[in-house]
Each structure stands twice: as structure tokens, then as C-alpha cells.
Design a protein around this ligand. Structure first.
Ligand code: NAD
Length: 365
């Protein structure tokens, strides 16, 4: 299985490479030497990933001639905070990292978003490399440049756009990823396939069981397909002004559901449920065929993303949807699809949303 290389092209003068393969952790640092003159490199990781992969990454950086340091934050969403970012800024200053320094984000979306945020703000911005170690981070959060921390008022409410100079996804790291964490990646892969179009969608239908069984070759293909799709979308809309909205398919409902459950329901399960909800709303809102919703349900089931069985109040979900960042001028916007590759972003009549939320709640009772 050979390493695959992709490029995210942001504009005529700006692009970066992504490498996806087994063992890229052992070779990545020497490649970085062509892209940065940094003398110091600081790896930011979390307390689960550090003990597994930090030594390898540091070793590679040292061999490539970097003076390597590391900073470890507690694993978990709570680390995506201004308080933790502030500790990291102070620590970077104590390590003497200058404007020409390099930050390496090693871990899942939490370590990646935090490292990217710190890299984009420390000394008004230093270079950053993303080394994702969860399936979700490999297919989604490590590319595109969105960084962020959470506020008490909501997730990701403070952030920046900071494109990495390189992304390295080592499939070997997925061998230690807990099974339930794979769901988050599966949901984003299903979303990408659905929005991308029939080719990716049919490939996923043909390979769902192998992906569910963590077949490494199929996982690599899924990652490369999802990244190719996301790279194209990001290139067309670097700072999320339009086209990039499609990446939010299923997410308006998902964010409300995750919050209503006190984050007991994982992001992946919530996104899958959000895709089911959107497909049903699309029947009424944009005349999508009901058969499409059924086909999408079947694919999600085959990826192990069964419908959630717990009911949440329609009123509560509705209220939470209105506090979502995707609300514009008081209207609820949804990405709605009618078939793989055929999607649109529509302002849906809030009364219609309410009706569908009540139907959803009743179906779960
Ligand atoms: N920037 C973006 O575009 C974007 C997109 C989607 C999600 N996100 C963000 O990503 C975050 C979620 O990311 P996540 O799902 O990767 O969660 P995470 O970073 O919390 O990782 C999940 C868990 O797996 C552990 N882990 C990571 N890699 C491991 C490995 N290889 N082996 C063993 N354990 C490992 C982590 O320590 C953690 O406990 C959220 O904060 C979300 O807002 C950002």
C-alpha cells in the first residue's frame, strides 16, 4: 500500500501537500525541511496521543535538524479553551519559539484545532503542520484551515482561518483508535460522499462493510476520496462565504442534538441523525424523493450509524438550532440534498422545521 499525495490549492501562490499512508510519521520531518527554515519545532498533542506517538514525531524532527519540544494538553474537548491556549502561548514564549518557528498539531480534531489556533495567533502567526490521528481529523478537520476554541456560550465560537503548510495522515495511528471514535469519521465520509456525487457515493455503497471492518486499504481510499472532495470545496471557498456551506450537511440538526444530549451523543452519530433529518425535510422543502432518504438510511446503517433511539424535545432542539452559527437574518438555513451530488443551501420556513422536529420526536417516543 503506497503513500498517496494530494494537494490543496488555495490560489495561484499558495498550496500545501497532504500525505496519506502507512509509516508517514517516520519520514515526514525530512520532507518538512524543504518547506520551512524553522530551527525550533513544538509538537502540541494530547495526553492520550502523546504516549503513543510523540516520541516518533520528536525523533523525526530531531533527525531532520529541528530542535524539538513538546507540549501536552489533557485529552478531551475541554482543552479547546482560551485558558489552555493561553497556557500554550506562555509556554511557547518560555521555549523561545520565534516568528520563524514551527508548530506541529499531533492528535485528533481537538489537538489540531487548538494547535492551529495557537499557531495562528502566537506572534501573529507561525507555520503549522497537522498530523491527524483520528479518522475524523484525517478526513475533515486537519485540512481547510478552520481553527478554534470553545466558549461557555457554544463550541468553536472563537477561531481563525489558518492553513497548515503540510498535513500528514499515518494510517498506522488508527490501529490504536477506539472503535467508537471511528463513527465520527464514518459520518463525515458518508456526508462527503453524499455531497460529492454518485461516483464516491457508489464507491462507499460498495465498500461500506470493509470500511466498517477497518480494512486499511479501503480506509486509505476513503480518506483520499474525502480529502480530495474537501480540498476542492476549500479551494473554491477558502473562508466559508458560500460553496463551503455544503460541508455542513446534517450539521444544523447535529449541533442541536449534541448539545441537547449534553454531548453524550457523539458528533458522528449526531451528524448521521442530522443527515436522516435533512433528507426527510428535503422531501417537503425541495421536493426530494422519499426513496433517497431511505437509500441514505440504508447506507448509514451499513456504516454502523444506526438511528438514535432516544427522544429529545422538539422545542429544545428548535431553540438550539436558532443559536447555531448558520442562522442568518433569523432564518434557519439547511443544506438539503435530493440525490448524491445534488444539494442546495436553503432558508427553510421555521414552522416547517418545527413540524419535522415534532414528527422526529414522536417517532422516537
Ligand atoms: N477544524 C475543522 O474543520 C473541524 C471539523 C470537524 C471537527 N472539528 C473539531 O474536531 C474535534 C473533534 O475531533 P476528534 O473527533 O478527532 O476528537 P479528539 O481530538 O477529542 O479525539 C478523540 C479521542 O481519541 C483520542 N485519540 C486520538 N487519536 C488517537 C489514536 N490514534 N489512538 C488512540 N486514541 C486517540 C483522543 O485523545 C481523544 O480522547 C471537535 O472539537 C470539533 O469541533 C474541527
Amino acid at each position: 500500500m503506497s503513500t498517496q499525495r494530494l494537494k490543496v490549492i488555495l490560489n495561484a501562490d499558495s498550496d500545501y501537500d497532504i500525505r496519506v499512508g502507512v509509516g508517514v510519521l517516520d519520514t515526514f520531518a525530512s520532507r518538512l525541511r524543504d518547506e520551512t527554515d524553522a530551527e525550533k519545532a513544538v509538537v502540541i498533542t494530547d495526553s492520550n496521543v502523546g504516549p503513543l506517538y510523540l516520541e516518533r514525531v520528536r525523533e523525526g524532527l530531531t533527525q531532520a535538524g529541528f530542535e524539538a519540544f513538546d507540549l501536552t494538553v489533557p485529552a478531551g474537548e475541554e482543552s479547546k479553551s482560551i485558558a489552555v491556549a493561553s497556557e500554550l502561548w506562555e509556554a511557547l514564549a518560555l521555549l523561545g519559539l520565534g516568528r520563524d518557528g514551527l508548530i506541529v498539531g499531533l492528535g485528533g480534531g481537538v489537538a489540531g484545532d487548538l494547535a492551529g489556533f495557537v499557531a495562528s495567533t502566537y506572534m501573529r502567526g507561525v507555520d503549522c503542520v497537522q498530523v491527524p490521528t483520528t479518522l475524523l481529523a484525517m478526513v475533515d478537520s486537519s485540512i481547510g484551515g478552520k481553527t478554534g476554541v470553545n466558549l461557555v456560550a457554544g463550541k468553536n465560537l472563537v477561531g481563525t482561518f489558518k492553513q497548515p503548510i503540510h498535513v500528514l495522515a499515518d494510517l498506522e495511528t488508527l490501529r490504536t483508535l477506539p472503535t467508537e471514535e471511528w463513527d465520527n469519521g464514518f459520518a463525515e465520509i458518508a456526508k462527503s460522499a453524499l455531497i460529492d456525487g454518485p461516483e464516491f457515493y457508489q464507491w462507499l455503497e460498495g465498500n461500506a462493510e470493509a470500511l466498517l471492518a477497518h480494512d486499511e486499504e479501503i480506509t486509505q481510499q476513503a480518506i483520499v476520496r474525502a480529502l480530495t472532495f474537501k480540498a476542492r470545496v476549500v479551494a473554491s471557498d477558502v473562508t466559508e462565504k458560500g460553496q463551503r456551506e455544503c460541508l455542513n450537511y446534517g450539521h444544523t440538526f447535529a449541533h442541536a442534538l449534541e448539545a441537547a444530549s449534553g454531548f453524550r451523543i457523539s458528533h458522528g452519530r449526531a451528524v448521521a441523525e442530522g443527515m436522516r433529518f435533512a433528507a426527510r425535510l428535503a422531501v417537503e422543502a425541495v421536493g426530494a424523493p422519499a426513496a433517497f432518504a431511505d437509500a441514505q438510511d440504508a447506507l448509514l446503517n451499513r456504516l454502523g450509524l444506526q438511528p438514535i433511539t432516544e427522544a429529545f424535545s422538539a422545542d429544545e432542539l428548535y431553540g438550539r438550532m436558532f443559536s447555531d452559527k448558520k442562522v442568518r437574518k433569523g432564518a434557519l438555513r439547511f443544506v438539503l440534498a435530493q440525490a448524491p451530488g445534488q444539494w442546495e443551501s436553503v432558508a427553510v420556513d421555521p414552522d416547517l422545521v418545527k413540524i419535522y422536529l415534532i414528527l422526529w420526536e414522536q417517532a422516537k417516543m
